[in-house]
Design a protein around this ligand. Structure first.
Ligand code: SF4
Length: 363
């Protein structure tokens, strides 16, 4: 689906429109009819698509759609953003909330799994919904709270929790907000004396890179030390636009790291993984974590076999410089945190036996 075809689909929008993140946000594809018009026979039939949409809504930016080639479910971008029947037919025994985040919400819109840091859910909305998202349970739920109240709740909790020195601003994707709201969030958290570090988790550089503007960078610069984590999962996402967005952040003095998810059919081959890691290194984005895909309901078909995935990453470790090598981990429920899987392969794992379903096919 190239950009020219998409522009003509959107009433011959201009290239200037295309480069405007607000245009991208306003023209996200959210209707199943639109998906059918664009991708037709490749998708589940209309009834199934509507059912899927009511449980896990469709939401893709025109920019991200433009990266899809013809065979949508053989394409690493198509697989990540287009709905598939397995989301509601396979692995329905998996929990909606595998990391037990909802048991670690001491206050609305705060997830606190560790003593010194916590995650602020500033929105449930994203520029594109990734079909493998472990928070996809939130997509169809009403937010139930407006922006100001949300920020007040989060700030009140942070202010009263002196042990917290780092806040991860996440969601959803915080960069769906305009600059004024982003400034309100940053200023509010920065004003709390014991909060030393802010971190933004956003997939915008990958799915809507035009969101990274000079104005936004000037704003972010005022709130350093500020760290930025994004999520490239395949080399085909490392486009000139995405590289430019990351470079703008880096030139602002904001370190950009990458947290990939290991996804079946996307990056679980040696070639795809090498291309991703070397591609990130070439744009100066540090591969930080590679997550084993969590057993969240609606995501089971993305999960790879753990034993062969460990072998994949052991081989990659031998071929890659340390700068290109992410830590391959399984994120575990509650405060168990991230388990480094290459180290685990060499150690007993008895203490984790009650979470055996995280380790399918691992012995
Ligand atoms: S951008 Fe992040 S929060 Fe949003 S759907 Fe993708 S993985 Fe989930």
């Amino acid at each position: 689906m190239n950009k020219k075809n998409l522009l003509s689909y959107f009433n011959n929008a201009s290239s200037k429109d295309w480069k405007d993140w607000r245009w991208q946000m306003n023209n996200r594809v959210r209707k199943t009819e639109t998906l059918h018009q664009l991708f037709g026979k490749n998708l589940p039939d209309k009834d199934n698509l509507n059912k899927l949409n009511s449980i896990y809504p469709v939401n893709v930016s025109p920019y991200y759609l433009s990266l899809i080639n013809d065979n949508v479910f053989e394409d690493p971008v198509g697989i990540q953003c287009l709905p598939q029947a397995q989301e509601i037919t396979a692995f329905q025994e998996y929990p909606h909330d595998p990391l037990e985040e909802e048991n670690h919400m001491p206050s609305p819109k705060i997830i606190n799994r560790y003593p010194d840091r916590c995650l602020a859910l500033v929105t449930e909305n994203c520029a594109t919904y990734c079909r493998h998202c472990n928070r996809k349970r939130l997509w169809a739920q009403p937010a139930g709270i407006n922006f100001k109240k949300r920020l007040q709740h989060i700030a009140r909790y942070l202010g009263a929790s002196e042990q917290i020195r780092e806040v991860i601003i996440s969601g959803g994707d915080p960069l769906i907000y305009d600059d004024d709201k982003i400034e309100m969030i940053l200023a509010c958290f920065k004003a709390i004396p014991h909060v030393e570090i802010l971190r933004i988790g956003s997939r915008s550089p990958v799915v809507m890179p035009m969101r990274i503007t000079r104005k936004l960078c000037r704003l972010l610069k005022r709130y350093r030390p500020l760290w930025f984590n994004t999520q490239f999962n395949h080399a085909s996402e490392i486009t000139p636009d995405a590289a430019r967005a990351c470079n703008m952040l880096l030139e602002t003095g904001i370190p950009v790291s990458n947290q990939s998810v290991l996804l079946k059919g996307v990056n679980d081959s040696p070639q795809a993984m090498r291309d991703l890691l070397f591609g990130l290194q070439k744009i100066s984005v540090r591969p930080y974590y590679l997550f084993h895909c969590e057993p969240a309901r609606g995501c089971g078909h993305f999960r790879t076999d753990m034993k062969s995935s460990i072998k994949l990453m052991q081989d990659i470790r031998r071929e890659c410089s340390g700068l290109a090598l992410p830590q391959y981990v399984a994120d575990m429920p509650g405060d168990l945190g991230k388990i480094p899987l290459l180290a685990l392969a060499e150690q007993p794992k008895d203490s984790l036996s009650k979470h055996q379903y995280f380790f399918d096919n691992f012995d």
